[in-house]
Ligand binder design. Structure first.
Ligand SMILES: [Zn+2]
Length: 486
């Protein structure tokens, strides 16, 4: 989750109760569908292929066949060149584009039906940034094939200061407590450690060290108490929302830098943002991006969530009334999206929101600088924060990457190959190549020509299980029905 403000107790409780309600009120996802047997094969024939198996291309490779048996890709080659087992299911992919399934590198799973929405939009993998027993159970059920969902990786509970911003976090104030918490999370089987905004430097650095000792990555928000340069030099592995970048890229005579630490603490955070925007120095970005390259730090910019959370109340109301994706938003989620119920937006004026929106606009030059420096980027949405739609917003985020200056191929790479590399699973998923698991997205139009074409989903394969357009439509209709929006 992203935050714009620290909570009061009452509003924090409100947020906690809305999350719990979301969870309890959510209907179950699709019935069990075990993985296909090794001799159950599917042939995609005549596809234009974007495999991500090699260097950048500006057009898909025409007339390719892809053979999938069981959960894996068995062979890839020119049309008609593959030996196809008898009885294979055939999918005519002529006139269509085949590519790896997409990955959302920043989600929060509260509603099980979000898994179906992700698949319906071609998202075959997600990284959950606030774990709990429900997330561990979901991961296990997906791995066993007991439920059909995108491959699922999860952080433990957020590790934050005390009191934490979000209820349900693991609050720590000492290095020792941070180490114990990380040990407990590693023991529970979480995939990585999420650190957060209110950590003091000692427990922050201790959490990172303890995670590394157990072979886990640690990252999240750069805490307000730690400069970005120190966070990267001391081993923070990944950064969400470009936290810490704005204060790190200031002109030498910036009004923000002129404030003493005490003055900064005493100043309203929106005024701080305004001063940071005023003092922003794009000339500093190559240096800042250089820290990321030097220390191998990954960034997950999350354009869409910042844009949505800083939108005006009028704009939010318009989305509620007219956005086509509102069909797939449950009552409890909508109530969580209501600015009146969001502790991050209490007592925030439209003027303050506008100041924050100006800082959000700086995401594009920062991402461009990171890309040009060769820093690691991964796509993530932070759904279901307000008006960040499960599955669908991955496509919006792709468009923002392209607007920031990446080519469509490079943007798509941030949602396919890059997450697999981040997770050390590049031989498991993220490309269309023999031996990899079959997470595939079939499109009606070429996304290298126009990135918006990723929205034209013709079908999705999730570890060998094929969902054609009719199956995806049935999933969408079932979600709308479950949420009372037939
Ligand atoms: Zn988040």
């Amino acid at each position: 989750m992203t935050t714009t403000d620290a909570p009061g107790t009452r509003s924090a409780l409100l947020a906690a109760s809305s999350i719990v309600v979301l969870w309890l009120a959510s209907p179950e996802p699709t019935r069990p569908q075990p993985f296909p047997a090794d001799d159950a094969c599917t042939l995609f024939s005549g596809a234009a292929l974007i495999s991500f198996a090699g260097d950048e291309v500006d057009a898909p490779t025409p007339d390719q066949d892809v053979l999938v048996c069981g959960t894996r890709i068995r062979a890839v080659g020119p049309s008609g060149s593959l030996e196809v087992p008898e009885g294979a299911t055939r999918v005519d992919a002529s006139g269509k584009v085949l590519m790896p399934g997409l990955f959302d590198g920043h989600v929060h799973l509260f509603a099980p039906l979000d898994l179906d929405l992700n698949l319906a939009w071609g998202v075959t993998g997600v990284r959950n940034l606030f774990g709990n027993a429900f997330a561990l159970n979901t991961r296990a059920q997906i791995e066993q094939g007991a439920i059909v969902g995108p491959r699922f990786f999860t952080a433990g509970p957020i590790v934050d200061g005390d009191p934490p911003i979000w209820p349900g976090s693991d609050a720590v104030t000492t290095a020792e407590a941070a180490r114990e918490t990380v040990a407990k999370q590693a023991e529970a089987g979480y995939d990585f450690v999420k650190v957060y905004s209110l950590l003091r430097p000692d427990p922050f650095f201790a959490a990172i060290e303890a995670a590394h000792e157990r072979g886990l990555m640690a990252g999240g928000h750069v805490p307000g108490s730690v400069p970005l340069e120190d966070a990267t030099a001391r081993g923070m592995d990944f950064i969400e929302h470009l936290t810490g970048f704005l204060p790190a890229a200031q002109r030498d005579d910036s009004p923000y830098l002129a404030l003493t630490p005490d003055e900064r603490r005493a100043t309203d955070r929106y005024e701080i943002t305004r001063l940071q925007v005023e003092g922003f120095d794009p000339e500093k970005l190559p240096t800042v991006a250089g820290w990321m390259v030097e220390h191998g730090v990954w960034n997950i910019p999350t354009f869409v969530v910042i844009e949505r959370i800083t939108a005006s109340a009028a704009q939010k109301q318009e989305w509620v009334e007219t956005h086509p994706q509102m069909r797939y938003v449950s009552g409890p989620t909508l109530s969580f999206w209501n600015p009146n119920n969001d502790f991050r937006l209490q007592d925030v004026s439209e003027e303050q929101l506008a100041a924050r929106a100006r800082s959000a606009a700086l995401h594009a030059p920062i991402v461009k600088a990171l890309h040009e420096a060769g820093a690691e980027l991964m796509l993530g949405t932070d759904t279901p924060n307000p008006f960040v739609f499960p599955g669908y917003s991955v496509h919006e985020e792709l468009q923002r990457f392209v607007e920031a200056g990446l080519t469509p191929w490079q943007a798509l790479r941030a949602a396919t190959v890059q997450p697999a590399r981040f997770l050390g699973q590049e031989e498991v998923f993220g490309r269309v190549a023999p031996g990899l698991e079959a997470d595939l997205l079939l499109l009606d139009a070429n996304p290298l020509e126009a990135i918006e074409n990723t929205e034209r989903v013709a079908g999705v394969m999730t570890r060998g299980r094929w969902l054609d357009r009719a199956a995806l439509d049935a999933k969408l209709a079932a979600v709308a029905k479950a949420y009372g929006k037939e």
